[in-house]
Design a binder for this molecule. Structure first.
Ligand code: FES
Ligand SMILES: [Fe+2]
Length: 448
């Protein structure tokens, strides 16, 4: 952990500003054998879109390790260390085989689990291929994404199927976007609901609905045991009280409610519009690997464009490098704000305020998880319910409160109550949970 640098208090103090300050390596360095890298390796991580696996191998870097992914002709997905364990040629130039991948240089054949199947130039009695294995990681294909587990084999957790990924009548479109900056600043964005007021509304123009420009009252709801946080941001908009629940699950999964939400009618727990991971490529590059969700409760104004979702594209403003530099300057979006923090944001030069409560909470949660793993413990992990799904809390609740006072203290209390009601109903299936939430929220408001 790095200490806050001492800032000068006089004007024109450029010369006296602290310089040459290091990043917080404990939270930002993710390579093999780093504390944070070891922690992140204890979770399943998405590594690419399944559409990226063609008849050619795919070169990838994940958490500082150079890898190659492929789908062989018997439909196994392999994720191998990129450099051939004979003499190091990159397997991105390998030939995808009926089973495994064959190195182009001397024809060694590697199975998806790293077993060396053939060393064809070696004498027939050679035992070389049986004397070691090539580096490989277990993979899992799920709804258009490829996941891998890159930690110690004996601590591999169950693959987490979050409840939002098994919703009734819900279509999911996968996408992946490269951010040329450290994973942490991408990871922190979802727990900062205040940026929505400014970046997405007041500072430039309304990227989404104008209601986003209302300053919300935010309450943070910490998941037990350092497993993440969901935050209720409650706004008054006309006769409605709109509580938006963003969610972050340690270490790098987040969900956002409807980005095109229009609080013009009552809605009880419309769920996530996107579910995403901030996956470190290396210390200064990150991939957002995610799904956009579509169902008849989301985007009622029909603003989404499904054809604009995929590799390095998603259907809302300012998320990629695709726009011109000038456009990014005139109407900056999440991409400019996060990449603009520099290759690795220097925490000692930042000055956190009340509105950064979620960021401080996230950093503390990560630090605790990292240290738990360093001490030989398992990191905190959200568990599935009897349904097999891992319950989550992201969604929108919009309730007509008529002429109820605009009192911000009251908004905070309602946000607190809704955050609690949502967590207490997490074991119910979606439709029952919606009905129960509506019932309890109406009762809470009537009893006030
Ligand atoms: S370097 Fe790959 S087979 Fe020789
Ligand atoms: Fe944003």
């Amino acid at each position: 952990m790095t200490d806050q640098a001492v800032m000068p208090r006089e004007p024109y103090a450029g010369y006296h500003q602290p310089k040459g300050i290091d990043e917080d390596a404990e939270l930002t360095h993710i390579g093999p054998n780093t504390p944070c890298g070891e922690y992140l390796r204890r979770f399943w991580q998405p590594v690419c879109l399944t559409e990226q696996l063609t008849d050619l191998p795919l070169a990838l870097t994940i958490m500082g390790e150079d890898l190659v992914a492929f789908r062989d002709k018997s439909d196994q997905i392999g994720l191998l260390h990129r450099h051939c364990s004979h003499r190091g040629t990159s397997l991105e130039y390998g030939i995808v085989a009926d089973r495994g991948i064959r190195c182009c240089y001397h024809g060694w054949l590697f199975d998806a689990d790293g077993t060396i199947l053939e060393t064809p130039g070696e004498p027939s009695d050679s035992r070389l291929k049986d004397s070691f294995v090539h580096g490989a990681y277990p993979t899992r294909e799920f709804k258009g994404l490829v996941f891998a587990y890159m930690g110690p084999p004996d601590t591999m957790p169950a693959f987490p199927v979050f409840d939002t990924l098994e919703m009734p009548d819900n279509e999911m479109i996968p996408y992946a976007i490269h951010y040329p900056c450290n994973w942490l600043q991408v990871n922190e964005n979802p727990v900062d609901p205040y940026h929505s007021v400014f970046l997405h509304s007041r500072v430039t123009e309304a990227h989404f609905n104008v209601a986003w420009g209302e300053l919300p009252v935010v309450e943070w709801h910490v998941k037990e045991g350092g497993k993440g946080v969901h935050l209720t941001n409650t706004r008054r908009w006309k006769e409605y009280l709109w509580t938006r629940i963003n969610e972050w699950v340690a270490p790098n999964f987040a969900q956002t409610p409807d980005i095109y939400q229009n609080p013009d009618r009552e809605k009880f727990f419309v769920r996530a519009a996107l579910s995403k991971w901030a996956v470190p490529i290396d210390d200064t590059n990150t991939m957002i690997i995610a799904w956009r969700h579509f169902n008849d409760e989301l985007d009622l104004d029909g603003k989404s464009d499904r054809t604009d979702i995929g590799l390095n594209k998603v259907d809302f403003l300012g998320q990629t490098s695709a726009r011109s530099y000038e456009d990014g300057q005139r109407i900056p979006g999440d991409y400019e704000a996060q990449v603009g923090q520099g290759p690795i944001n220097i925490h000692a030069l930042g000055n956190l305020g009340y509105t950064d409560t979620g960021v401080a909470l996230l950093r503390r949660t990560l630090r605790e998880g990292i240290r738990a793993v360093q001490e030989g413990n398992d990191p905190p992990l959200l568990a599935p319910t009897a349904s097999g799904n891992v319950p989550t809390q992201c969604g929108d609740v919009i309730v007509n409160v008529g002429d109820m006072s605009e009192d911000r203290e009251l908004q905070g209390k309602v946000g607190q109550a809704i955050g609690r009601i949502i967590a207490e109903t997490e074991n119910l299936p979606h439709r029952e949970r919606q009905a129960e939430i509506e019932n309890r929220v109406r009762t809470y408001l009537a009893e006030r």
